[in-house]
Design a protein around this ligand. Structure first.
Ligand code: SF4
Length: 468
């Protein structure tokens, strides 16, 4: 099966470098080398950090959360919001003293923030104690970078953006044994005018369906109960692959894998969300009864300025089409308040859309300019205070809707996956396929299993009982 993306497996060369790192560490009498991975941002970054941890154990590093214990500290950064970067620079700056106290400590910075040339330059000039800076598409070369630094080589700065290849079979350490991520595609071609992601994650590239299926089968046979398919825009999965397998078909193929598990996915984009996809969600019993579909704004005029390429009407028609097929589906979304040029009249359209759709929950943001994006230079006459007032109005509305939605679930029975222990002794947290967390009195032996639970109470959080 050919496609237009090369997909080499994990390079032998990197395995050799990993072996050389292990040898170097033994020679330097670091008997139990430890690495600390600090992850910022989205689930894609969490998934990338799991691959970083997989390569670290290949190099012989154990993991620690404590930077003082670490022989190698890696900051996997996020670039979505400018002020988040200041926090990262602060944390990286704090390693200066750690390095003074621990000779041989290696400090590395990677991820979306590091992928920006301006940031890499700043780290090069103003943070001389940072040893390695690498971008979002060369993560798989970590052993090589560490070996070069360990053997006294120059500081490493590697930001190559190669929009062609997807490296398969990178070692991975998923930590959680109940649920796990499978990235199905990388990059984004949408260029929403407020977003930095396309500039730091490159062009869209979809993994081959057979590689994804192989990974999913392995996870299911390893006992995973939930698979989260990841991508900046999963709905455009398969674009450019010769096998004609799009996201809807991929969902059906994963759903056909033998086993009792749940399929979730994130993030969708209304411009690529199709009725074919909604049909697949309805037909596939393993697929969650939830859709995270960011609408961002209720005004078609502002959506145009955001380059979102759908209108308010299109968005609402998708919601309607989904509800026709799955009446109890839960919708979540993202919304930006105060996009440059947005008026109060536009904002009222956002409020009315929220009132019409009634989201199970919303991720809400006040617009924050992101340097390097088109929106950052657009005229923005409305004051931050005024936008803050709009934002409060939106939160008030969503809190009311969400409370009514949550209260309407009391008395209903859901199939939950027991994912973790609750703070209260003898209780577990079960998550429904509409992403509701319910606290249930249950033995911890039920962790990692599905069960039917009836919601008995809601007082800001849900509690329920096991159905016999
Ligand atoms: S779809 Fe838009 S907001 Fe999402 S990652 Fe791509 S450019 Fe950014």
């Amino acid at each position: 099966m050919s496609d237009n993306h090369e997909r080499p497996t994990y390079p032998e060369e990197q395995k050799v470098y990993a072996g050389m790192v292990r040898k170097k560490l033994r020679e330097s009498f670091v008997l139990t080398p430890k690495a600390c991975v600090v992850t910022y941002g989205c689930q894609q970054n969490v998934s990338d950090s799991q691959r970083i941890k997989g390569m670290l154990s290949l190099m012989g590093y154990g993991l620690t959360e404590d930077k003082h214990e670490a022989d190698l500290i890696i900051f996997n950064t996020c670039a979505v919001r400018e002020h988040a970067e200041d926090r990262v620079f602060g944390n990286v700056g704090a390693t200066k003293n750690l390095k003074r106290a621990k000779r041989g400590l290696i400090v590395a910075v990677c991820g979306c923030m590091a992928q920006q040339k301006s940031v890499a330059e700043k780290l090069k000039t103003s943070y001389p104690y940072v040893d390695i800076v690498f971008g979002t598409q060369v993560t798989h070369r970590l052993p090589e970078f560490v070996y070069k630094r360990l053997s006294g080589g120059k500081r490493v700065f590697e930001l190559a953006l190669d929009n062609e290849r997807i490296i398969e079979d990178v070692p991975i350490d998923r930590e959680n044994k109940i649920k796990g991520y499978i990235p199905i595609m990388y990059g984004c071609d949408n260029f929403c005018t407020y977003c930095i992601v396309p500039y730091v994650r490159g062009r869209e590239r979809s993994r081959d369906a057979q590689d994804i299926l192989k990974e999913a089968r392995r996870m299911v046979s390893d006992g995973y109960k939930e698979i989260m398919l990841l991508g900046q825009n999963v709905n455009s999965y398969g674009k450019g692959n010769a096998d004609g397998i799009n996201f809807a078909k991929l969902l059906r193929m994963i759903n056909d894998i033998e086993g009792d598990f749940r399929i979730r996915f994130m993030t969708s984009h209304p411009k690529d969300c199709t009725e074919e996809l909604l049909d697949a969600m309805k037909d596939c019993e393993k697929v969650e009864n939830h859709l995270h579909l960011p609408f961002q704004c209720g005004s078609s005029r502002v959506l145009k300025a955001m380059n979102r390429r759908y209108t308010r009407e299109k968005y609402l028609s998708l919601i309607e089409a989904a509800r026709e097929r799955m009446p109890d589906i839960a919708f979540t979304s993202d919304v930006i308040v105060g996009f440059p040029g947005e008026t109060y009249e536009d904002f009222k359209e956002t409020l009315s859309l929220i009132d019409e759709v009634r989201f199970a929950s919303l991720f809400t943001f006040i617009y924050s300019p992101r340097g390097g994006t088109p929106a950052a230079v657009m005229p923005d006459p409305v004051s931050r205070q005024e936008k803050g007032r709009w934002f409060d109005e939106l939160i008030k509305l969503q809190d009311k809707i969400q409370k009514e939605y949550d209260e309407s679930l009391v008395g209903k029975t859901f199939r939950v996956l027991f994912e973790e222990e609750a703070p209260d002794e003898g209780y577990l947290i079960g998550k429904t396929d509409t992403i509701i967390n319910i606290s249930v009195k249950a033995d911890r032996s039920l962790l990692g299993t599905f069960a039917d639970v009836k919601i008995t109470n809601y007082d800001g959080t849900f509690s329920g009982i096991l159905e016999k």
